[in-house]
Ligand binder design. Structure first.
Ligand SMILES: NC(=O)c1ccc[n+]([C@@H]2O[C@H](COP(=O)([O-])OP(=O)(O)OC[C@H]3O[C@@H](n4cnc5c(N)ncnc54)[C@H](O)[C@@H]3O)[C@@H](O)[C@H]2O)c1
Length: 414
């Protein structure tokens, strides 16, 4: 592919890794920005790339000669950073989530529509070899019409690991409600089947004070949740957004009216099943195999998240070069993120179904313009939700002290 594009990354943890991947996929990593100086210094050491300039001020980084920016600051603060980068004439790839509130979704869509630059969501889970193979099979008609699906992102985090990820109770990972981190579980289902969620019902497994996992962590949100999504083709999908159940991994299951396929947790194998009565002559009943990446991307295996981190940079670069719509555009990004916001609102109202507004239609999204309903404790006021369905979760003094000790150890090692 053509010339290398100069790239800046905002956020030195996830961001500097994504920058180092993009550096091998058509971009030239040129600048990194983070206010947390120990982390920035650590990124400088790890990247060991003399071509990279390091910043603590985002506006200053945007004044650098850059073609594109990866926005990987706090998951709940992407919209302002994306908007500023677009205004500065940069192409933008935003990490998950697309937005924290529905009103922010309106601002995001309008900023993208007003710009001639590319915006893409860096949702990477659709691009594991199994998920890409399921997309290929589904789109070739191999399992018939999509009827039912499941997507899960189960990721319990120990207190030691959390201390490296969370600076304190104000950090988004401490308070983000359990339904919100939904893009890793709905993303694959949407990309495999080409459908979008039209409505969502949310249900939450509440915070468990007796769970030893919670000791030494400032986390105030619940244990797990289920979102039931009715897709626009009528299919039903069960989504488990970021959950701390004890079975680390991410599953996807797609059931059509002529077969079922699912990724298995342990061995990166795909299972495809046919009933003999559906085919004449009958097909092999069950296939269980490890799919390859497509020929153009065999090297993806070297990259994080089952190769997914390669594909997000690849597709971002391709959309810029071809001046085409990126594989996860702003509308898909908002669909993937909206179910988490609306799913929480549903869970707090007894699981009622809520329409997922289609932001492609300006009249539909107009209804969300002033919907600033937010679980951010810093913005709490009457009418706003708490991070847990149980209300405000108090963390004991002992647990807070343990967290501070673990956090200090982490920072000392940077
Ligand atoms: N797709 C994936 O698999 C995946 C994996 C991990 C993280 N993420 C996403 O990456 C993003 C970053 O997550 P993270 O794990 O790196 O943790 P994080 O959210 O703690 O990191 C954000 C970084 O941005 C910096 N930052 C925040 N505001 C800033 C500002 N105004 N100026 C300068 N720096 C600022 C912080 O100091 C911090 O180092 C999140 O959106 C998260 O959802 C995605």
């Amino acid at each position: 592919m053509s010339k290398k594009m100069k790239l800046g990354v905002f956020g030195a943890r996830r961001g500097s890794y994504l920058g180092s991947v993009a550096d091998q996929v058509g971009f030239e990593l040129t600048a990194v920005c983070d206010t947390f100086e120990p982390l920035l210094k650590n990124a400088e050491k790890k990247l060991a790339n003399p071509k990279v300039t390091f910043y603590t001020d985002y506006e200053e980084m945007l004044r650098h000669d850059l073609d594109a920016v990866i926005v990987a600051n706090y998951a709940t603060e992407h919209v302002w950073a994306v908007t500023r980068a677009l205004e500065a004439g940069k192409h933008v790839m935003s990490e998950c989530l697309a937005m924290l509130t529905m009103a922010e979704g309106v601002r995001l869509v309008e900023a993208v529509e007003a710009s001639d630059r590319v915006y893409m969501l860096a949702e990477n889970y659709p691009f594991s070899a199994e998920n890409l193979e399921m997309a290929r099979l589904y789109q070739a008609g191999e399992i018939g019409e999509f009827k039912y699906g499941e997507g899960e992102y189960v990721h319990p985090i120990s207190a030691e690991e959390m201390a490296g990820l969370v600076s304190g109770p104000d950090h988004w990972r401490s308070w983000l409600p359990v339904t919100y981190y939904s893009t890793h579980s709905i993303g694959p289902v949407m990309l495999i089947t080409g459908t979008r969620p039209a409505s969502v019902n949310g249900f939450v497994v509440p915070y468990d004070h007796a769970d030893p996992l919670n000791f030494g962590r400032p986390k105030m949100s619940d244990l797990s949740s289920v979102l039931m999504c009715r897709m626009d083709n009528g299919a039903l999908v069960k989504i488990i957004p970021w959950s701390e159940l004890r079975d680390h991994g991410n599953r996807v299951r797609i059931c059509g009216n002529r077969g079922t396929m699912e990724s298995s947790q342990q061995d990166e194998r795909l299972r495809v099943h046919y009933e003999p009565f559906d085919y004449d002559p009958p097909r092999v009943k069950t296939m269980h195999y490890k799919p390859n990446f497509p020929d153009f991307a065999r090297g993806a295996v070297r990259y994080g998240h089952g190769g997914g981190d390669y594909f997000t940079s690849y597709y971002f670069h391709r959309a810029i070069v071809e001046q085409s719509r990126p594989i996860i555009d702003v509308y898909k990004a908002i669909d993937m993120t909206s179910i988490g916001i609306l799913g929480y609102r549903s869970a707090l109202s007894g699981g009622v179904p809520l329409e997922v507004p289609d932001f492609r239609d300006p009249e539909v999204r107009e209804r969300c313009r002033n919907d600033d309903w937010t679980p951010d404790p810093a913005a709490y006021r009457d009418g706003m939700p708490h991070p847990s369905v149980l209300g405000k979760i108090e963390i004991s003094g002992e647990s807070q002290a343990k967290f501070r000790e673990l956090r200090q150890k982490f920072v000392d090692k940077l």
